[in-house]
Design a protein around this ligand. Structure first.
Ligand SMILES: Nc1ncnc2c1ncn2[C@@H]1O[C@H](COP(=O)(O)OP(=O)(O)OP(=O)(O)O)[C@@H](O)[C@H]1O
Ligand SMILES: [Mg+2]
Length: 256
């Protein structure tokens, strides 16, 4: 497989679990598939990917205009605006030109050459963070849209799909997150959302659902503890879903 496969993760709206999915896939690729993975946080104003992985207090190295990502594992690295912040409690206020500078630092000033995969986490809106970054990312190999299967997500999903089309990006498919939940007392599984219109929409658009991830309290707990679910879980069943997503990613045709 060619090195440097670049995947952009978009969403239908905020809070659907995009950062959680990326953190887990990154961890799984690095540990279960022995790939070298770079996680690139394009949420400049709300950078939560480092917190998800428990590395928010670390610093990136800087030497002679080169940036060195924070190492999570020997083959898992991350860059984020979070690491530039001195006062973690101050509001992150970004002016226009700053987006360009940060995008250039974390994309151009890092040597990404020998990475197998680069995963880009994005904000839920097409703000300057995405637009400035996209100009610098050459050849995006695939886009995954993370969404919740609810009627309320459809408008946002339509906008995201239109963006993908307008920028001629190759869509791998969608991940439906928080699909169902299991009662902790009786183990009964029930859907979290009323899914009818959403289901109709994805069928009409012939969208490929790569995976359906249940709402799982253990995933929530992992986030709160700054550790990936994949890393925390000892159950093969729990992590199978993330392995399946990676198989789909690995099989997705590469751009020449
Ligand atoms: N499958 C899941 N089961 C349980 N909790 C989940 C699941 N997926 C995500 N969460 C929780 O939902 C919350 C929001 O997730 P996350 O921050 O990944 O969303 P996001 O789409 O990246 O949000 P934003 O748009 O703000 O970047 C987190 O607390 C996370 O732990
Ligand atoms: Mg996020």
């Amino acid at each position: 497989m060619r090195k440097n496969k670049k995947l952009l993760f978009l969403s239908s709206k905020g809070g659907v679990g995009k950062t959680t999915v990326i953190a887990n896939l990154g961890y799984m690729l690095a540990t279960g598939f022995e790939k070298k993975v770079g996680l690139i946080d394009l949420n400049f104003c709300a950078p939560y990917l480092p917190t998800q992985l428990g590395v928010e207090n670390r610093k990136m190295g800087v030497e002679k205009k080169q940036i060195f990502p924070v190492k999570i594992l020997p083959n898992l690295f991350i860059v984020s605006n979070e690491f530039f912040l001195d006062d973690k409690e101050a509001p992150i206020i970004m002016r226009n030109y700053m987006y360009k500078i940060i995008a250039s630092q974390i994309i151009n000033d890092v040597n990404w050459d020998d990475y197998d995969y680069l995963f880009f986490d994005t904000p839920s809106v097409f703000s300057d963070e995405i637009m400035e970054s996209i100009k610098l990312i050459e050849n995006i190999d695939g886009v995954i849209v993370v969404t919740q299967p609810q009627n309320h997500s459809i408008t946002g999903l339509k906008r995201t799909l239109r963006f993908v089309e307008q920028y001629h990006l190759p869509l791998i498919g969608i991940i439906e997150n928080m699909v169902e939940t299991k009662c902790p007392d009786c183990n009964k599984v029930s859907p979290l959302f009323s899914r009818e219109k959403f289901k109709e929409f994805i069928e009409k658009k012939k969208l490929k659902t790569i995976a359906k991830i249940p709402f799982d309290r253990e995933i929530l707990k992992s986030t709160d503890n700054g550790i990936s679910f994949v890393q925390r879980s000892s159950s093969e069943n729990d992590i199978t879903i993330f392995k399946q997503i990676i198989n789909t990613i690995e099989e997705f045709p590469e751009k020449k």
